[in-house]
Design a protein around this ligand. Sequence first.
Ligand SMILES: [Zn+2]
Length: 302
Amino acid sequence: MLPPPVLQSEAESRPELDYRYKPCPIHGKPIDATGDHAAACPTTRGAIYRVHNRIRNYLGREAQRLQLDTQVEPQTASLLLQQFSPEQCRAMFPKNSTRNTRSHAKLVADALDEIPHLPAEQRDAATRKLTKLIEQTPANETGLRIDLAIGDAWIDVGVTHPTKQSTRDKTLRFLTAEAHSPQNELETPPVADYGKKKHDKYQPLINRARLQKQQRKRKTEPTFYAAIFSHLGEFSTQALRLIESLALRTRTLTQAGCQITHTQIPTRASAEHRNQLKDAIVATLVEGYGHVLEAMDCTAAA
Ligand SMILES: [Zn+2]
């Protein structure tokens, strides 16, 4: 696949690389044979987003085909059953979690929770304070949005580049240990870490839904899935669980007489659909990574 072909006139070299490389037109860094720079450079961001969006849309379409209540990029206010306005949600669930945004979000959430329990004479002042707090939310704050809601499954899709230099040693150590004593459920460290990051990011939203369940404002509690995929074709455990739940749905619908795949035998239909889902995602990952390399002009026959 790589290194990319370079004309001698534009080639540069570094002692640590055994090949001549073309420098990135933006950063001047080597367009390296491992695709590290391609995966990190803003030049390829559009191509990376497209892989993510195609997987998200594909899972959404398949869930719809299975007659499941599906929303792609649902409004957070609608996920929380309109208990809060879009403006309140934007203030309570900031997209970029920093100490500042978290403390601001907590102030807003606490005020929203407290106001209904205040004595009547204190409510107006508290509401004015809350309005002010909400107005202080930065204009560029878009608020947290999940990628996909399929019934009570709240899903965020992530695509990662696990061969990047910063994680390569960790991944190799993990795989070596795995070869010595195989585990049942496994994720390489970059996939596991990305999944954990997604869980941390969406935790405030999940906690709020949990509280709604406790307060009997909603019937069921959502389950969050970090559906992480690597450009090498690795699926996170939760991505596999999500696929499994779709395959199970195929089985149920086939049992009920619906035509989902080519067969009317329920167990075969679920097996077939499971494979289709995995194959389509892997094909999207491979093609998408090809586009990432192409965007960086890494395409090569070598
Ligand atoms: Zn670059």
